[in-house]
Design a protein around this ligand. Structure first.
Ligand SMILES: [Fe+2]
Length: 191
């Protein structure tokens, strides 16, 4: 994917994400996920196999479901299908090869249900695996867990998650490899 197309996708996605129903899924999160994804590519020495613009596009599009749907238990289970539909429509405006569209759509669709269910993308392509890991490494970071406090006041879903996360976060952070497609990434620092 050329840089111009990536920048346009990023710009339009960030405009849409200003309407995000969820403070947990904001611009800062998307930037962090892209940075994590680039770092994963470097650590795993996958530079030759991965198009960073294509991966970056998937990163900026992966949470678009929150522009239409509030966080909650229903969205937790339906987010994958919802974001697949939204991103398929979004990409209609772009003249990019079908193969690239397929990679982005598959990665955003399959990034969900990792924590706490551990529905990992072990049998998916590299982009789906990297995006899912980049996302969970931010979701389970101390900064993001702190943000839950603010969100818990607004959404019952986060209140429940906060109670759970308080008990589980220390354990999870110590065992983050269980929630990664590439468990070796657990050894690195992600703050
Ligand atoms: Fe995310």
């Amino acid at each position: 994917m050329n840089n111009k197309t990536f920048q346009e996708i990023k710009k339009r996605s960030l405009i849409l994400m200003q309407k995000s129903c969820d403070p947990q899924h904001c611009e800062a999160h998307l930037v962090k996920v892209e940075n994590n994804a680039k770092k994963i590519v470097k650590i795993l020495k996958m530079e030759k196999d991965i198009d960073l613009n294509l991966l970056g596009a998937a990163c900026y599009l992966h949470d678009l479901a929150f522009t239409k749907y509030k966080p909650g238990f229903i969205n937790y289970f339906r987010e994958g299908k919802r974001v697949k539909k939204i991103v398929t429509k979004f990409l209609m405006d772009f003249k990019i090869p079908d193969g690239e569209k397929k990679i982005i759509i598959n990665a955003v669709w399959k990034h969900t249900l990792n924590f706490p269910l551990r529905r990992l993308n072990k049998n998916e392509g590299d982009y789906a695996k990297i995006l899912q890991d980049a996302d969970i490494l931010d979701m389970l970071s101390p900064e993001r867990l702190l943000l839950l406090a603010g969100s818990a006041k607004k959404f019952f879903y986060y209140k429940a998650l906060k109670i759970f996360s308080r008990r589980a976060s220390f354990w999870t952070i110590r065992h983050i490899g269980l929630f990664l497609n590439y468990p070796e990434l657990a050894k690195e620092s992600w703050t």
